[in-house]
Design a protein around this ligand. Structure first.
Ligand code: TYD
Ligand code: MG
Length: 454
């Protein structure tokens, strides 16, 4: 039997190697690699242990236990992203760029939960209690029954939680927490990992829900490797463009609800305001039917959301024309340009292409393919699409249009917002389409010929 050998783990990024070196090949950090002994070193035990873990039959469990009651905050946008409210004894990570509004969101949430009768402790490692109180005043929450603590020592925080036994503890942020038994600086991977582990186990053991705030690094990850993401039940990202007032809370992992659900907020002078009807907001500053603009009827989580794609196509002076994308996948744009060229005979060579989702939303559905193609063509031909039309459908490499899920929901939302025409792959999926006039095309060439006479 091969002897288990030790591995060498980079304390900065978590990469593991079979031998020591002075510099981590994965992240480039110097002197960060430390030997870690495997868990099962020493001679293998001959027989099994006397202790055994208890098992139970799944069907017994189902009969005896009801799903845990969820606590709702009353902030609908937050509750929906959590999967219908906060599950007791669960651990939630809220990540986002510095300054995006995480502390604001969580202070507002803390006040809401506290007013619902949940004993709530807000631990700030970044701001003094007086600063948090000032912020609360600005948000009109000065009288909320939230307990504040300005503390970074993990041991002290756990003692406080142990004695106070709150229903919810918010830790802002996990990067400022410091475990005195770990020999590295606050914010390092080992510290973050240790602190998150302690807090999450405490949550499970004592039935306290914890919400951890995490800053996102330059590479778009929470605290180096995704160690914390694996430890928690739910991972939410708070995102948005700094220049825009919209903020989107997105569930990227949720053990207790659907992932990909979004909540939409608006940053105002008095804190974050919920946006119950995001479609209306994302389309609010749409101009008159302009070339390059196309409205996509999308689905975010369980909710239909209408957004505007904007494209600009202009002659390029570069040998390799520019392809610039905001809010959509660059690889997918390249694919759509290739399909337009190969299947419809419309070249984009020698042309710079800019594509943008209005309002700062990020769209990841392939269902937006047809809307992207329509925006690109409209920009290239300098011909506006009908202003009252929504577009959706997936494009395959053969140039065929594929139907997408939830067609009826998308059409319903479009109709609600006053659109009159829908351009989609397959009419038969439209169901009782109400007042919309539906145009369907089996392939991209058919759509192009009809709309742009190419
Ligand atoms: P903050 O919650 O401190 O961000 P994070 O915790 O993610 O670092 O938000 C800071 C920004 O929000 C700051 O630029 C000011 C703005 N803001 C408002 O616009 N209105 C408000 O009511 C508050 C409290 C903050
Ligand atoms: Mg903050």
């Amino acid at each position: 039997m091969a002897k288990p050998s030790s591995s060498y783990v980079c304390q900065s990024c978590g990469a593991s190697f079979s031998k020591w070196s002075g510099r981590c090949e994965a992240c480039g950090e110097w002197n960060s690699i430390v030997e870690e002994k495997p868990l099962s070193s020493g001679p293998a035990k001959k027989s099994l242990g006397a202790k055994r873990g208890a098992t139970m039959v799944l069907s017994d469990l189902a009969a005896n236990e009801v799903p845990p009651p969820r606590t709702t905050s009353g902030m609908e946008e937050l509750d929906r992203v959590l999967g219908g409210g906060l599950v007791p004894a669960s651990a939630v990570l809220v990540g986002g760029d510095p300054g995006i509004g995480k502390s604001t969101l969580l202070l507002q949430a803390a006040a809401r939960f506290a007013r619902q009768g949940v004993k709530t402790i807000y631990v700030s490692g970044e701001e003094a209690s007086a600063q948090v109180r000032m912020r609360a005043q600005r948000l009109g929450l000065a009288d909320a029954p939230v307990q504040l603590a300005a503390e970074t020592n993990l041991r002290d925080i756990l003692t406080t939680l142990e004695t106070e036994r709150p229903g919810l503890a918010i830790i802002d942020s996990i990067q400022t927490m410091w475990a005195d038994n770990v020999d590295s600086a606050p914010g390092s991977v080992s510290q973050v990992r240790a602190a998150a582990h302690e807090l999450v186990s405490f949550a499970k053991k004592r039935g306290v829900a914890v919400i951890l705030v995490g800053h996102v690094t330059k590479e778009g990850q929470i605290a180096g490797p995704r160690v914390v993401e694996h430890m928690v039940d739910t991972v939410l990202y708070f995102e948005g463009e700094r220049g825009h007032q919209f903020r989107i809370l997105r569930a990227v992992k949720n053990r207790f609800g659907p992932a990909d659900e979004i909540g939409v907020f608006e940053m105002t002078g008095g804190g974050l305001a919920e946006v119950g009807n995001p479609s209306a907001l994302f389309l609010s500053d749409r101009e008159e039917a302009a070339p390059g603009s196309c409205v996509f009827a999308g689905i975010e989580g369980t909710r239909p959301v209408l957004v505007e794609f904007q494209a600009l196509v202009s002659p390029s002076t570069l040998s390799q024309p520019r392809r610039s994308v905001l809010g959509w996948d660059a690889g997918r744009l390249a694919m759509i340009l290739a399909v337009l060229e190969a299947r419809c005979g419309i070249p984009f060579a020698g042309l710079d292409v800019y594509l943008n989702v209005a309002g700062g939303l990020r769209v990841s559905e392939p269902a937006a393919d047809l809307a992207v193609a329509a925006a690109l063509l409209s920009a290239r031909e300098d011909a506006a699409l009908p202003r009252e039309a929504v577009v959706f459908g997936e494009i395959s490499l053969s140039g065929a249009l594929r139907p997408v899920g939830q067609t009826e929901n998308r059409l319903k939302e479009a109709e609600k917002l006053g659109f009159t025409t829908a351009i989609i792959p397959d009419r038969s999926k439209a169901g009782g389409k109400g007042g919309l006039s539906v145009r369907s095309y089996p392939d991209l060439a058919g759509f192009v010929g009809d709309m742009f006479g190419a």
